[in-house]
Each structure stands twice: as structure tokens, then as C-alpha cells.
Design a protein around this ligand. Structure first.
Ligand SMILES: Cc1cc2nc3c(=O)[nH]c(=O)nc-3n(C[C@H](O)[C@H](O)[C@H](O)COP(=O)(O)O)c2cc1C
Length: 199
């Protein structure tokens, strides 16, 4: 039985979010294929997530087991990560960055060695998928260089030692309309269900 952490980063309700509609398609299909797996939903806007303050940082480096420590332990204990976050200003919503500040916990996600930092989450074949909706098109073409959300997620997970990372993107939601938008949306749902069966 695998433990799946479904990390949701958007203040919109599921019914109004392009990202969550897509990620829920993915999760439903995953659940059908893997009925025995545990899926833990972490809706960051419903959690007590706030930017790291001085006390939290001091706790991190002095072994005090506070909320941040608990988030880091939970993150490290998962086998699979489904990260649902729309593109915001070429990157991820700030709350997801804060969450990564929590789970980038020295001694849990990585450690310092003589050769530099080393990820601690590489041993169990962990895998992740970033599910994202974007107003424009950034997965290829001239704007690809401006995309920093997926790049950040891949880089920080790689820093922890997690390298099996996929991306499922629904793009052009602010450009296309009517039937054209419906078509790309449904295509992304199909792709999502296909990826869920292989995840
Ligand atoms: C605060 C904010 C910032 C955004 N920044 C971008 C952006 O930089 N590039 C882009 O293509 N779309 C941007 N968008 C549009 C969303 O990515 C797009 O509408 C997406 O489909 C929203 O997904 P959601 O319905 O799950 O929130 C932004 C939207 C918001 C609310």
C-alpha cells in the first residue's frame, strides 16, 4: 500500500478551479486503479500555513518538534506526490513556496555533507506529478523560458532526491474560448486519466 500526498495550492473551490478539476480527474482515476492506497489531501489554504518566522527557523535548527517539523515528517513519509497548483506570475502560488520552505527540513529532506547538500528522500523510488493550469502556453515555444513554477518544483524535489517527476498541464485557459477551450480541457482530462493509470 502506497501513501499518496495530494497537495493542493489554490484558494479557489474545486468546482471553479481549472487545476483542481484536472487534478481531481487524475486522483479519481488513480483511486480506481489503486483502491488500497492511502491518499492524504493537504489543501494548503485550509492548513495553518504562514511564512517561516524567526521562531520557526530557530526551532528547525534546534530540534524543536513544532508544526513545521510535522509537515516535514509527513512529506518525507509519502511515496507519491500529486501537486496541484496553477501558474501564478510565471511561477507557483506563494503558499506552495511556503510549504516547500517547511518541508525543506535539514535532517529530514536533505543533509549537509563535506561534498555539499545531499537529498535524503532518494531511497524509496518516490515519484511526483505536478498538475498545473496556465492562462497562456509555456510548455513549449517562445514563452517556455519564462516558466519557473514547474522548473522550481522539479529542482526542489531533485534537491531532496526525488527525480521521477511528471507534469500534466492544461494551458491557454485565458486565451481560448468556447468549444476550443472545451476541447483542450477534455484532452487534458484524458491525458490525466492515462497518466493516473501509470502513476
Ligand atoms: C494571481 C494570478 C496570477 C496568474 N499569473 C499567470 C501567469 O503568469 N501566466 C499565465 O499564463 N497565467 C497566469 N494566471 C492565469 C491562470 O494560470 C489560469 O487562469 C489558470 O487556468 C488558473 O487555474 P485555476 O482555475 O486552477 O486557478 C494567473 C492567475 C492568477 C489568479
Amino acid at each position: 500500500m502506497k501513501k499518496v500526498l495530494y497537495i493542493k495550492a489554490n484558494p479557489k473551490p474545486d468546482s471553479e478551479s481549472n487545476t483542481f478539476k484536472l487534478s481531481n480527474e487524475f486522483i479519481e482515476e488513480y483511486r480506481k486503479k489503486n483502491p488500497g492506497d492511502e491518499i492524504i489531501v493537504l489543501d494548503l489554504y485550509k492548513e495553518n500555513i504562514r511564512p517561516l518566522d524567526n521562531e520557526m527557523i530557530t526551532n528547525m535548527f534546534s530540534g524543536v518538534k513544532d508544526e513545521v517539523y510535522e509537515y516535514a515528517k509527513l512529506f518525507a513519509s509519502a511515496d507519491k506526490y500529486v501537486i496541484a497548483a496553477p501558474m501564478w506570475n510565471l511561477s507557483i502560488p506563494a503558499i506552495l513556496k511556503v510549504y516547500f520552505d517547511y518541508v525543506s527540513y535539514v535532517g529530514i529532506a536533505f543533509k549537509y555533507t563535506d561534498q555539499g547538500a545531499v537529498g535524503l528522500l532518494s531511497d524509496k523510488g518516490k515519484k511526483a506529478i505536478h498538475i498545473v493550469s496556465r492562462g497562456g502556453a509555456y510548455s513549449e515555444g517562445p514563452a517556455a523560458d519564462y516558466e519557473m513554477g514547474d522548473k522550481y518544483i522539479r529542482t526542489i524535489l531533485g534537491f531532496f532526491g526525488i527525480y521521477d517527476i511528471k507534469t500534466l498541464a492544461l494551458e491557454l485557459t485565458n486565451v481560448l474560448q468556447g468549444e476550443e477551450l472545451e476541447k483542450v480541457t477534455h484532452r487534458s482530462y484524458e491525458e490525466g486519466r492515462r497518466m493516473a493509470r501509470e502513476f
